[in-house]
Design a binder for this molecule. Sequence first.
Ligand SMILES: Cc1ncc(COP(=O)(O)O)c(C=O)c1O
Length: 372
Amino acid sequence: MISDAEKEAVSRVLDGDILVHGPKSKEFEAAFSTFTGADFSVSVSSCTAALHLVYFYLRLSAGDEVIVPAQTHTATAHAVELCGARPVFVDAETDTGNIDINKIEQNISARTKAISVVHFLGMPVDMERILHIARRHNLFVVEDCALAIGTYFKGIHAGLHGDAGCFSFYPVKHMTTSEGGMIITRNKEMAERISRQRAFGVDRHAGERTVPGIYDVNMLGFNYRLNELQAAMGIEQVKRVKGFLKIRKENYETLSRHFNGLDDVKFFKSTHDDFESSYYCFSVLLGRRLERKRFEIAQSLTQAGVGTSVYYPRPVPCMSYYKNKYGYRDDSFPVASWISSSSIALPVGPHLNGQDMEYIAASFKEAIRKAI
Ligand SMILES: Cc1ncc(COP(=O)(O)O)c(C=O)c1O
């Protein structure tokens, strides 16, 4: 979904003087704050960088623990590991694939510093319940919003309920800057500190240096900046994202209508009451009979020209790194494992129209007919 507007915006940056640390990043941050309602937005090089910076700000270190959903991208847990702390995984709930809130408190210990939640496939976590637990145990709350641009809980955008929200602009997301990410928060001190730490911990940005070469380094930091080319793309994409989200919703609803009541097929609960999804994809949960044929079904769809994916192929604690390090078993997270082994994700992105969705639904039905 790259239009002439993005191409021209990137070209203008290439024709200009500033590739990094410039006005485009600031403009993109302001536009993202307007879209989400955030007080502060800090642009960074990826969602992984965003998560790492937030935990770094928290001074997370060896001996600390963070509650992490088992059903997520590995980045959610890696960011904790990168600080030397331990992710303590919690299984998913069956209705949405989100963290099972009922199982959080039994995993909190004296070492727990934070709860991280992921709005799985764009469905918001019940942040009221999360904040209730966090307040009771004095914990920091990190929202991994990699799939949650356009996700609202009680009318407030994802990322603004907890202490920090981390977004991804990787190509398959709701909008893209090729690689890229953003941190949103209501905490000014955090935003300012993180904006220094994304650029080596230098005490003033390049634009703030009246005399070139005069600066101090008063904290540790990374090189996690978003550059001006990416920011220029982001500015144009934010302008279009409402339109993208509208198409995603329509596409999702078309598939829901087709799959409702289909034999041996289920799907997650979507937008209802205070919970508004961003419709990242349409994840089909195959019943027992079809589950064994999942790869045949995916293959038939590939042959029909329909791209599929799996979110996510294994619970993170069942990936070798975590399994070997912490001794988790393949059956330690039954709900997350069930989602991993039975789901096929179908696309609903804005590059697809109503006719495409009819074709995808028909191709899926044909694929399962062939498989059984
Ligand atoms: C839930 C979740 N968190 C974090 C990430 C990492 O995002 P990035 O590629 O921008 O680092 C992803 C990537 O898909 C994700 O799905």
